[in-house]
Design a protein. Structure first.
Length: 77
């Protein structure tokens, strides 16, 4: 979500999620059902000049994705 400010800057809220799916037995069903499971979430807010804002948001998202990949890599050592 991005908004333009009167002074020529932009502000954005951005999030990165990592989901997986699993089966789970629910008390009101006979068999297991497929459920979506949230494994990680990273989010942030960034402001920058309108001319450079797209690049700043992409760099922020890339940083979050890199941290998720590193966390998964480290967990599998």
């Amino acid at each position: 979500m991005t908004t333009s400010l009167p002074n020529g800057t932009c502000a954005s809220r951005y999030d990165t999620f990592l989901y997986t799916h699993a089966t789970e037995k629910l008390p009101y069903r006979e068999g297991p059902v497929l459920v979506q499971v949230s494994l990680m979430h990273r989010g942030g807010i960034g402001t920058s000049a309108a001319t450079a804002h797209n690049s700043a948001v992409v760099r922020g998202l890339e940083g979050y994705i890199d941290s998720v990949v590193t966390q998964i890599h480290d967990a599998n050592k």
